[in-house]
Design a protein around this ligand. Structure first.
Ligand SMILES: [Zn+2]
Ligand SMILES: [Zn+2]
Length: 318
């Protein structure tokens, strides 16, 4: 089974995105890149080099539904006629574009984000919408944990690896312990556990960092020899990266706990202290990061959490 990485341009700060062509029957692409002309042109070139056309695609599989990974899914599906789209059904919020829902607003209010800032974030995400088409519930097949994507000469095992987003999935080729991991594993940066409503109970937030740590450990249990990430080069030393991530998370947690004053902080205030330079879209990511670390520290019994009107305030243990 040939896995062919194709790097595609994106208009985003993160830079190019990696998509993966499984050059075997049924012809399958894992992730698509955002909906831009440059991206689809580059994808056509990549496919042609491998000897294929968009119309040859039979399956479009998404690691998760961020714009840089899922944006072209609908265009590719329409052009390929009979192609089937697969994405985990926990990607709901993202499939229908983020921050559109009241649930997201509630989470941001609870994190202490001021109304004016929420409006700004909303504006930015409205802008992001043009880079992806959304899918209705009857237009895709949900990926299921421990399922198999069958090919002519083997299969890819589906691993539900939540954390970066609730429905993030990775794909394992057991024969040589190769994993395609989307944004769950990136070589040069520690991926964000992005603030999301819990898919089971949208009034709560998804315990993204706790879930993420479980997913990283699960990937480690397969002793991967090669991990293909959503951005950057492939990873040959997952074990080393795994330890680096854990050290980074511990350092960050120590930093977050260290900046909680006696009278407490909201996640928004913590984010401003941690990332004073963050602007635009990075404000949302920095709140996500603060919430993720504060929640984990709270669930580990290291800090306290109080509700003050609608807002959550994290406090040192008394
Ligand atoms: Zn992502
Ligand atoms: Zn990405």
């Amino acid at each position: 089974m040939r896995v062919i990485p194709i790097s595609l341009p994106t208009p985003f700060y993160i830079g190019p995105v990696n998509v993966y062509l499984i050059a075997e029957d049924p012809l399958t692409i894992i992730d698509t890149g955002p909906k831009t002309k440059e991206t689809i042109d580059a994808l056509r070139v990549g496919l042609r080099k491998a000897g294929f056309l968009v119309s040859d695609l039979r399956r479009i599989v998404l690691t998760h539904a961020h714009e840089d990974h899922c944006g072209l899914a609908r265009s590719l599906r329409d052009e390929a006629k009979n192609a089937e789209v697969f994405v985990h059904n926990w990607e709901t919020g993202h499939r229908h574009s983020r921050l559109e829902y009241e649930e997201h607003r509630t989470l941001l209010v609870r994190a202490g984000v001021p109304d004016s800032e929420i409006e700004r974030m909303r504006g930015l995400y409205e802008y992001m919408r043009k880079y992806a088409d959304s899918f209705g519930d009857d237009e895709y097949t949900s990926l299921w944990d421990d399922g198999e994507l069958e090919f002519e000469s083997g299969s890819l095992r589906i691993l539900h690896t939540p954390g970066h987003t609730p429905g993030s999935c990775s794909f394992l080729r057991e024969a040589d312990r190769t994993i395609i991991a989307g944004d769950c594993v990136l070589k040069r940066i520690t991926p964000n556990p992005v603030l999301s409503p819990d898919p089971i109970d949208p009034s709560r937030r998804f315990p993204s960092l706790a879930e993420y740590l479980v997913s990283l450990a699960r990937l480690r249990s397969f002793s991967p020899t090669l991990v293909y990430g959503g951005h950057g080069e492939p990873i040959h030393d997952y074990e080393e990266l795994f330890h680096r991530y854990f050290r980074a998370f511990q350092d960050r947690q120590g930093q977050v706990i260290g900046l909680i004053p006696k009278n407490g902080v909201t996640a928004w205030e913590a984010a401003l202290k941690m990332f004073p330079q963050a602007d635009d879209v990075h404000r949302f990511l920095s709140v996500s990061e603060a919430v993720a670390h504060l929640d984990l520290a709270h669930s580990e019994g290291k800090i306290a959490l109080e509700l003050n009107h609608q807002t959550e305030v994290y406090k040192p243990l008394s």
